[in-house]
Design a protein around this ligand. Structure first.
Ligand SMILES: [Zn+2]
Length: 72
């Protein structure tokens, strides 16, 4: 399941943007990910379990810069 976060999630790798339905890899973050902007806008969620597969099961597509290989 996805849980909203109001700041950078300690210990979490994947962060979803509910607005664009995209998932970002915080271990490979780029400026183009605009993670701070996603959090500030209230669009950030984390996944349980914290895996790319879980994000995909919840309908999130790969971020173009940190993960690539968009499924759309
Ligand atoms: Zn990203």
């Amino acid at each position: 399941m996805a849980t909203p976060v109001k700041g950078r999630p300690p210990g979490k790798r994947y962060l979803g943007n509910t607005n664009k339905k995209e998932v970002h890899d915080l271990h490979n973050e780029t400026p183009q990910c605009q993670i701070n902007e996603i959090i500030a806008a209230g669009h950030a969620v984390v996944f349980d379990p914290d895996t790319l597969g879980q994000a995909h099961r919840e309908g999130y597509d790969n971020g173009a810069y940190c993960i690539g290989g968009s499924k759309r």
